[in-house]
Design a protein. Structure first.
Lengths: 234, 250
């Protein structure tokens, strides 16, 4: 059984979903109007009608065992889904992200961007599925998942899966798991930036494309401050 | 001639990478106010010397000593060397995606101030300083918003190096093949910047394969580095000899 959240024709909604030690909370912003949406905020399924738009940003803070399971149904032409997130993991953190994006009709766009840091002996799993139905022509579907590993014991598994049954689509996916670049660190240190601070700059710049997706400036500032201090303690 | 205070003293320096010895006993003394050129053919160890002086960790020093203003340089981290007044202009400046020049320099300048026990610069004062130093190397104001070296031309990268040098005010600047990849206009801007920053209290090491840059930054002393050793030290007239007769004549 799914908890469904629907956005009606022409409606729009932006949400930041924060998962931390104290649970799950949602900060809402953007153009959501009364009557344009309905459903539980405890959703694990989003349905977008014609020309509906959603912008979801997940922020997974340290010391969290997170299991994000989301299905997005693009059910009306012109619908657009932007789903992004960051995960900041350390110690024994376990994060599992399962995305199931379904392009059921033509002319819809979906973009996924998940980026994160894994230290300690954290485990991160990303499973991203995109399904494009046979008559969902002119679909655009993009998925990116990039992780930086901060310790030898941390582990990230990323598994994209594309099932495309239409022939006139633009789809792409990219996944990388890497480490902080030591050349960049040496360059910064040679300018007097201490090693720890150089790493913080690298981590924040790596995460910033996701934070840029938070469209409300006040919420973005609040989230950025929390992420900044969490990154310094990874 | 009266001798100025010694800034940098290298004695019997041997260093290498991955078990291969590249510097095979380098001796070099640099006094305040002097401009030294270190010339040499490819593979002589020029870049290894600059890397060792800046503290690049993958190079191993096996013998010898380096003293900077009386301190054991080889015991210092790269950031400590920067705070002490050493600046390396990279042959290949590193791109740092996502980090703006403003943020990069603010972090660097304030780290230098912290090391000196000073408070961070006020935002307004910092921006004024940036503006002044950017004009100095003819960088447009919008440069400050760009990501460090990302998508920069060769000339822009080297001007950015000299801009950073102007911001940090080092005592010893090491220019590693700063002329590589520069057209003559960029070369002039870079050389003008270096010359304008030069004082009787500061020193410069110009590492280069060619004469070109030394037409603009005129050295007091010229060294030839060959196969990991300084094989010849002379005045600036040595540059012309190398240019006409090549390194084989040395």
């Amino acid at each position: 059984m799914h908890n469904t959240f629907s956005i009606h024709e022409g409606g729009a909604c932006s949400m930041v979903i924060i998962l931390d030690g104290s649970g799950r909370r949602i900060l809402r912003s953007g153009a959501s109007e009364d009557g344009a949406v309905n459903g539980s905020l405890d959703f694990d399924r989003v349905v977008l009608r014609k020309d509906a738009r959603i912008n979801l940003v997940y922020i997974i803070m340290p010391e969290t065992r997170a299991d994000v399971d989301l299905a997005v149904e693009l059910d009306g032409e012109g619908a657009e889904a932007l789903v992004s997130g960051i995960y900041l993991c350390r110690g024994e953190d376990r994060v599992q992200i399962d995305m199931d994006i379904r392009h059921n009709v033509p002319h819809c766009i979906s973009r996924q961007l998940f980026k994160g840091l894994a230290g300690g002996s954290a485990r991160v799993g990303f499973y991203g599925k995109i399904t494009v139905a046979q008559d969902a022509q002119k679909t655009e579907a993009y998925q990116e998942n990039h992780s930086i590993i901060l310790s030898d014991a941390a582990k990230v598994d990323t598994k994209p899966q594309l099932e495309i049954y239409a022939d006139d689509v633009k789809c792409s996916h990219g996944a990388t798991v890497g480490r902080l670049d030591e050349e960049e660190q040496f360059y910064m240190r040679s300018r007097g930036i201490p090693e720890d601070e150089a790493k913080v700059l690298q981590m924040l710049s790596f995460l910033s494309p996701v934070l840029d997706n938070v469209d409300d400036p006040d919420i973005r500032e609040e989230i950025s401050a929390a992420v900044d201090s969490a990154v310094r303690n990874l | 001639m009266e001798m100025n205070e010694i800034l940098l003293e290298i004695k019997g320096l041997k260093a290498g990478i991955e078990g291969k010895e590249i510097l095979k006993g380098v001796d070099l003394t640099i006094r305040k106010g002097e401009i030294h050129a270190i010339m040499g053919p490819n593979g002589a160890g020029k870049s290894t010397l600059s890397a060792v002086l800046a503290g690049r960790e993958n190079f191993r020093v096996t013998e010898g000593s380096v003293t900077f203003l009386g301190q054991d340089l080889l015991k210092m981290s790269p950031e400590e060397r920067s705070w002490a007044g050493i600046f390396l202009s990279f042959q290949y400046p590193v791109e740092i995606p996502g980090v703006s020049i403003t943020n990069f320099m603010k972090t660097a300048v304030n780290a230098h101030r912290k090391a000196k026990g000073l408070d961070a610069l006020k935002a307004g004062d910092f921006l004024r300083l940036m503006k002044e130093k950017m004009a100095f190397v003819q960088m447009k104001p919008e440069f400050s918003k760009r990501e460090v070296n990302v998508g920069f031309s060769g000339g822009e990268k080297k001007r950015n190096e000299i801009f950073q040098m102007a911001m940090l005010g080092p005592v010893l600047s090491i220019l590693d093949e700063t002329d590589s990849g520069l057209d003559v206009d960029a070369l002039r801007i870079v050389a003008h910047g270096v010359n304008a920053l030069h004082t009787s209290e500061k020193s410069v090491i110009v590492i280069t394969h060619y004469q070109r840059l030394l037409d603009y930054i005129v050295p007091d002393v010229v060294h030839v580095l060959k196969d990991g050793r300084i094989v010849r030290t002379a005045g600036r007239e040595l540059v012309a000899q190398i240019e006409s007769d090549g390194y084989d004549s040395i």
